[in-house]
Design a protein around this ligand. Structure first.
Ligand SMILES: *[C@@H]1O[C@H](CO)[C@@H](O)[C@H](O)[C@H]1NC(C)=O
Ligand SMILES: *[C@@H]1O[C@H](CO)[C@@H](O)[C@H](O)[C@H]1NC(C)=O
Ligand SMILES: *[C@@H]1O[C@H](CO)[C@@H](O)[C@H](O)[C@H]1NC(C)=O
Ligand SMILES: *[C@@H]1O[C@H](CO)[C@@H](O)[C@H](O)[C@H]1NC(C)=O
Ligand SMILES: *[C@@H]1O[C@H](CO)[C@@H](O)[C@H](O)[C@H]1NC(C)=O
Length: 367
């Protein structure tokens, strides 16, 4: 009997220590989580935000940066109407499932290159009413699923040529109310399924460089795409006109460079001449995009400078080679002349042995 009793006592002692251990671990965890909560200012839902299951609303709270402690299951994040002035890299690391992000009406002037890293499910990004003046080439690269990108009412004077890989799912692209003068059609070509384009209220410079955009937009509208139009701000000829309605025959394409200034075409002057004579409409539009009329005049002095340098270098090399050849010839000639004077004999510093030999011959013959 007694061994059984003692065994029972052991058992209860063991469960008691287990319980103590559990309480200890739970206590530690609570302490740790409260420490984390203290660091972030809130637990579960950030202090200044309202969290409704998967939507978090932090708008109009005077926030200066993205609040921390956002619930990881967040799908929609409202950060509009705050004073957020910068987005560091991985700013949304804690909400990887985000689908809609609203940063409208904040004070953003720059975005760190990795600001949107990890948001591979993001579909709607609203950056309207900020002070953005430029965009990093690879900024939106992680946003593979993006459907709507709104960059309206910022201070952008140019956009990158490309924003990374093609955006298969992008259907809305808005850059109205900025300071854009030019838009490279390569950027639009990286959005093969865009249906809505907002381009109004910019400083569009309807010179020859915008022909690529005009041709692209004509095709876009023809295929059923919708745009609010590109209203020219300059030059004076087209001020206030819609780029799309300017007749082709009045719109001057960039002049093609004279054949002698294009190295690749210089070898086939006939074909280059043919291209120059073709009417502008029949020319491949991509070709025109790359003809930089402002760059062309600068090519000539560069070419001339290169030519002059080549002549100088060639002259110097030629001179040195000629001089060496002359020295070699003089040396060879002298050597040949000296050897010819004393045939069959090695050149000796003194002529005495030869002379004595001659004397010996002369002396020995009568003897
Ligand atoms: C922009 O946000 C500020 C608060 O930061 C607010 O007072 C203002 O009304 C907002 N503007 C618009 C157009 O909503
Ligand atoms: C973002 O916030 C603005 C201002 O409140 C609102 O008009 C807009 O609909 C919001 N956009 C998205 C995608 O939530
Ligand atoms: C972004 O927010 C603005 C208001 O600030 C709103 O007019 C616009 O429709 C929103 N864009 C998108 C794509 O939701
Ligand atoms: C576009 O969206 C569909 C779902 O609507 C998704 O399956 C596909 O992966 C997306 N495309 C890209 C390039 O992310
Ligand atoms: C952005 O442009 C607006 C006018 O479009 C101007 O009032 C504002 O000062 C500019 N902001 C910056 C930061 O350049």
């Amino acid at each position: 009997m007694s061994p059984v009793n003692s065994r029972r006592g052991d058992h209860s002692l063991q469960t008691g220590s287990h319980l103590n251990l559990c309480l200890f671990v739970v206590g530690e965890l609570l302490l740790l989580s409260s420490a984390i909560c203290l660091l972030c200012g809130a637990c579960g839902c950030p202090e200044k935000c309202r969290c409704h299951s998967e939507a978090v609303d932090c708008s109009r709270q005077g926030l200066a940066e993205v609040p921390c402690g956002l619930p990881p299951q967040t799908l929609t994040l409202h950060l509009q109407d705050n004073q957020i002035h910068q987005l560091p890299a991985f700013a949304f690391r804690s909400v990887p499932r985000l689908v809609t992000l609203n940063l409208s009406n904040n004070s953003l002037s720059t975005l760190a290159p990795g600001a949107f890293h990890g948001l591979q499910h993001l579909q709607v990004l609203n950056l309207t009413q900020n002070s953005l003046h430029s965009l990093e080439n690879r900024l939106f690269h992680p946003l593979r699923q993006l459907r709507e990108l709104d960059l309206s009412s910022n201070n952008m004077s140019h956009l990158p040529t490309s924003l990374g890989e093609p955006w298969e799912n992008l259907t809305v692209f808005a850059v109205q109310q900025n300071q854009l003068q030019h838009l490279d059609r390569a950027l639009l070509e990286s959005m093969p399924h865009v249906r809505l384009l907002f381009l109004k209220d910019n400083l569009w410079k309807c010179n020859c460089h915008l022909l690529g955009l005009k041709l692209w937009l004509e095709k876009f509208v023809y295929k059923g795409g919708r745009t609010d139009g590109v209203i020219c701000a300059s030059p004076d000829t087209w001020k206030g006109e819609n780029l799309l309605t300017i007749p082709h025959e009045l719109y001057l394409p960039c002049p093609s460079p004279p054949p002698d200034l294009v190295p690749a075409q210089a070898q086939q002057p006939g074909s280059a001449h043919g291209a120059a004579l073709r009417p502008p409409e029949s020319r491949p539009a991509g070709e025109l995009d790359h003809l930089e009329c402002e760059l062309k005049p600068r090519r000539r002095p560069a070419n001339l400078r290169y030519a002059a340098a080549t002549i100088v270098i060639t002259g110097a090399v030629c001179g040195i080679v000629c001089l060496l050849m002359l020295v070699a010839t003089i040396y060879g000639c002298t050597y040949a002349a000296i050897t010819a004077q004393y045939p069959g004999r090695p050149l000796a510093p003194t002529d005495e042995p030869g002379e004595t030999g001659g004397k010996e011959l002369l002396d020995s013959s009568p003897a």
